[in-house]
Design a protein around this ligand. Structure first.
Ligand SMILES: Nc1ncnc2c1ncn2[C@@H]1O[C@H](COP(=O)(O)OP(=O)(O)O)[C@@H](O)[C@H]1O
Ligand SMILES: O=C(CO)[C@@H](O)[C@H](O)COP(=O)(O)O
Length: 543
């Protein structure tokens, strides 16, 4: 593979919960373009809220698959109109919200391949991706990571594997409702006819790669680790898990591949419509959290905190020890290594709710509430689980005063600090339970939409008693995808990911802990752990 040329540009996409985003970097790894399409506001015809539909049972959560298809054309149209020269794109990659599933109808591969054929494309020059692919999905609404409706399937999978811990030892996680194997099992059981008409099941990431490729893209090891189906030590699907979820599933998934695999060139549709070069390579897409790890160039010892729709915490892991809490994935940039992930459902959407209810509807008001309240919030602690949380599996709002008495309300500013402190205390508590220890030299790397908020990052720094850094873009999943696109071109010749992105700007220090923070939050963390146990007992959803 020829060396990177000066005019080369690398694109990274992120099909996340609320929007489709893109970042381009040049050969010096400088960001030269950032853009996005916001599903609710830019594609209102799909009537999503926060990019999703919450169904009447409040447990089933889906997104219209064609919305993602339409968003891609819309985003590329926008970028083209801005004067961006797609012919310079040497390689592209991307990421998707994890765990979501796309069900391709039998015959869809033929339609996908028409995206390669100049003859087919000539026949109807005006047809966009949505029109071409409109009949390609046997299930029109894709289950997404917010779904928690597959409890019965989780229980069955854990039974088949000989218990939750045995399943975690095979797949890196005990059974989780949002994990794709359990969603597929639910689809087979509740919509057998649609399932029968399905020839391929993709993750959001591999579905998005398929659009660029004009063919089914394989699932990569890292995002594939979020399915409860991949045997992490074999780096292949586990027959035990496949059979427990849906007998005959293996051909519907096809073989998983290393995350740096070059899948092929971009298909003619993108060449003709947007001016991509026929030589532009598509590198395997992965999950948004693995892509963020790449974008932040995380190093062993660092801890990353992503504040997007979901809040996540992730670490580079050298010695995987799957447990009943958290997830172990194959590392997206070093396939022999691993990463650990903790996911919290009640992230930005709850912060938005309290911004509107307790801070006058603006982030400035929210930030000001944080600066006007003391570290430790005078002992007041809150748990804000608008939807059933993953860690802990609890629901509802629970407030405690300094004497651990349950109270029904807090003054507005106290409420804002209780939310933010509580969210970060929970991250620290569960990261420490995973074995993570804050040490001198620990860097907390923050990303995601809320990482643009300096006051939120100050609380993060205080609660973790560690310096907080950010990278140039809060879209670390996009950036990581652009980096991975570049690395894909040289990975086969043995160049490591870290060597291929050496030129990237170093993370910037944005917050350092207050001198009083250690004492205040070490104490508070103990109380928080005890109160969380109380909340869990009180609010555990009934089995
Ligand atoms: N200044 C801000 N302060 C706090 N949160 C913010 C701010 N700006 C944006 N956000 C949050 O960022 C969220 C989007 O984050 P993002 O990482 O783009 O999400 P996703 O990738 O899941 O679509 C929004 O829902 C919003 O609540
Ligand atoms: O479920 C998880 C991780 O396990 C979520 O983190 C999803 O990957 C969604 O990501 P965002 O859209 O919130 O970034």
């Amino acid at each position: 593979m020829a060396a990177v040329q000066e005019r080369d540009v690398f694109l990274g996409f992120d099909f996340s919960t609320q929007q489709l985003k893109v970042v381009a970097v040049d050969s010096e790894l400088k960001v030269v373009l950032e853009d996005h399409v916001h599903f609710d506001s830019d594609l209102p015809e799909f009537r999503t809220q926060g990019g999703v539909h919450i169904h009447a049972d409040r447990l089933t959560v889906t997104s219209p698959t064609l919305m993602w298809v339409k968003a891609l054309d819309r985003l590329l149209d926008k970028v083209k109109a801005s004067g961006f020269d797609f012919s310079r794109v040497r390689a592209l990659s991307g990421s998707g919200q994890q765990h979501g599933s796309v069900f391709w109808r039998t015959g869809a591969s033929r339609t996908l391949r028409t995206l390669h054929s100049d003859q087919d494309l000539d026949r109807d020059l005006d047809r966009d991706l949505q029109q071409i692919l409109q009949d390609c999905f046997s299930v029109s609404d894709s289950p997404v990571w917010m779904d928690s409706s597959s409890t019965a399937q989780c229980q069955a999978l854990e039974r088949a594997a000989g218990g939750a811990l045995s399943l975690a030892r095979i797949t890196g996680s005990k059974a989780y409702e949002r994990f794709t194997g359990n969603q597929i099992a639910k689809m087979l059981q509740t919509r057998p006819e649609e399932f029968r008409q399905t020839e391929r099941v993709s993750l959001v990431s591999s579905f998005a790669a398929s659009l660029f490729l004009g063919d089914y893209a394989p699932i990569d090891f890292s995002d594939g680790s979020g399915m409860n189906l991949l045997d992490l030590s074999l780096r292949d699907w586990s027959d035990l898990c496949l059979n427990a979820c849906a007998p005959g599933l293996r051909p519907l998934l096809a073989a998983p591949v290393p995350s740096s695999t070059v899948l092929g060139p971009v298909c003619s549709y993108f060449v003709r419509r947007f001016g991509f070069s026929r030589d532009c390579s598509v590198v395997a897409f992965t999950g948004d959290n693995p892509a963020s790890l790449a974008g932040m160039r995380l190093q062993p010892g660092d801890i990353a905190v992503s504040l997007g729709t979901s809040d996540t915490v992730f670490l580079w892991l050298q010695f995987p020890r799957p447990a009943l809490e958290g997830h172990v994935f194959i590392n997206p940039v070093e396939p022999q290594q691993h990463m650990a992930l903790l996911c919290f459902k009640n992230g930005s959407l709850v912060r938005e709710r309290l911004r509107d209810e307790a801070a006058g509807g603006s982030w400035a008001g929210f930030s000001s509430a944080l600066t006007q309240t003391p570290l430790g919030n005078d002992g007041n602690i809150g748990f804000y689980f608008d939807v059933v949380e993953i860690l802990p599996a609890a629901v509802g709002v629970h407030r405690f005063d300094a004497l651990d008495n349950k109270v029904s309300s807090f003054p507005a500013h106290t409420e804002v600090r209780a939310l933010v402190e509580g969210q970060f205390l929970s991250k620290r508590l569960h990261a420490e339970r995973l074995g993570y220890a804050i040490m001198p030299g620990t860097r907390v790397l923050a990303t995601g939409g809320a990482s643009s908020n300096a006051q939120i990052l100050q609380v993060l720094s205080d609660v973790f008693n560690a310096p907080v850094y950010t990278i140039d873009s809060s879209n670390s999943a996009c950036l990581g995808s652009a980096y991975r696109a570049l690395h894909g071109l040289v990975a086969d010749s043995g160049v490591s990911f870290s060597d291929s992105v050496k030129k990237a700007a170093e993370p910037k220090l944005v917050a350092t802990p207050d001198a009083r923070a250690k004492q205040i939050y070490d104490e508070m963390l103990k109380r928080f752990g005890q109160l969380e146990e109380r909340v869990l007992q009180e609010s555990r959803p009934q089995d």
